[in-house]
Design a protein around this ligand. Structure first.
Ligand code: NCD
Ligand code: ZN
Length: 347
């Protein structure tokens, strides 16, 4: 018999861009309605590089929450070549930072202040290893000679493998994985200290979507969508129930003029529909019974945080995804799956 309702422990989003100011106020309610907690990315302009900046950003997020919301933002530190290990320790001990984010300099949106070589942050990484603070990695090679579709795989061998060998107890999340190679890499590690987040777009689409009948900037994100065989491998990983894989939407809003441009920004805004999109994938893979592990259990366990106590319920009722959300200044943000209908509605 077809399942008509599904109740699971309230999920968390382990990779989210909330931006700031007007954009923050426009996008935050969607995440707050669905998720208990979210790991908030620090790639603001300027980036969040100090505990003081993280605490101030958290206050702005809390100030933008709808009344009565219990949503908890988990703040991250943007690592630079100059990050001081003592500040990382102090920020983690004080609860200002839940994790630190490593952007290889130039790898993605607002990553120009990122790390130019792992050696530059050696002291920071050993401090993080000592205190059990997770390192979140944007895993793409920035070598201009590497093809854009091969950047993740190149990173695994050239950077991640040596990093893991050098810091054998460091907790690492490989963010938004996009390839079969990355999924295999994470699966092969049996230590429990390596995990990966997976986005809804990488489970639903391959790179053809970017070029279907013309160039489609709203399917452009980083790491870029890959071939079908990678999408299928990611679907197997996400629905495997393995504790190393968990939900991270990478919802990354940009207004439509920034996306629909001669040099459009990378990032897909999925916050409103992410859960229904993931759920659709799990159902297609006949894995509804493993949805809660991916969405609500595995991430909290990896981060050493208690699972959420509340639940959420989905109903089998078609939901049409609205095209866009409007900003007060007249700009718009186009939504992932705009105009499509998904089979589940969140109560
Ligand atoms: C993100 C953004 O816009 O901040 N863009 C994206 O395509 N995912 C940055 C990132 O996570 O790489
Ligand atoms: Zn991101």
């Amino acid at each position: 018999m077809t399942v008509q309702t599904l109740t699971i422990r309230r999920p968390d989003d382990w990779h989210l861009h909330l931006r700031d100011d007007e954009l923050l106020r426009a996008v935050l309610p969607a995440s707050a309605r669905q998720f208990g907690r979210a790991v908030v990315m620090p790639n603001l302009k300027p980036p969040v590089t100090t505990a003081q900046a993280a605490m101030a950003y958290r206050e702005r997020i809390l100030g933008a929450l709808p009344p009565g919301s219990a949503f908890t933002p988990l703040m991250t530190c943007y690592l630079c070549d100059t990050t001081d290990p003592a500040d990382i320790r102090a920020g983690f001990d004080a609860g200002a930072f839940a994790a630190a984010k490593l952007y290889p300099a130039g790898a993605t949106t607002h990553s120009e202040y990122g790390v130019t070589s792992i050696d530059r942050v050696a002291g920071v990484l050993s401090a993080m290893q000592d205190i059990g603070m997770p390192l979140l990695i944007h895993g793409e090679s920035t070598d201009p000679a590497v093809d854009v579709f091969d950047r993740e795989t190149a990173f695994l061998h050239a950077t991640l493998q040596p990093l893991l060998a050098r810091y054998p107890r460091l907790k690492v999340v490989l963010e938004h994985i996009t390839t079969a190679e990355a999924a295999d890499f994470v699966m092969r590690d049996s230590s429990g200290r390596l995990a990966a987040t997976i986005t809804p777009q990488h489970l639903m689409f391959n790179r053809n979507a970017i070029f279907a009948g013309g160039i489609r900037p709203h399917y452009y994100c980083l790491p870029v969508l890959k071939r079908e065989r990678h999408r299928l491998a990611l679907r197997r990983a996400a629905t495997s129930g393995l504790p190393a894989f968990f939900l991270g939407t990478d919802s990354a809003p940009h207004d439509t003029t920034a996306k629909e441009s001669a040099c459009g920004c990378a990032g897909i805004f999925s916050a409103h529909v992410a859960l229904q999109a993931y759920l659709t994938v799990f159902e297609e893979e006949d894995a509804l019974g493993r949805f809660e592990a991916f969405a609500s259990d595995n991430g909290a366990r990896f981060y050493g945080m208690p699972p959420n106590r509340e639940t959420i319920t989905f109903h089998r009722r078609p939901m049409r995804v609205t095209e866009q959300i409007d900003l007060p200044d007249g700009r718009h943000i186009r939504q992932f799956l705009a105009g499509e209908t998904l089979p589940w509605t969140l109560a």
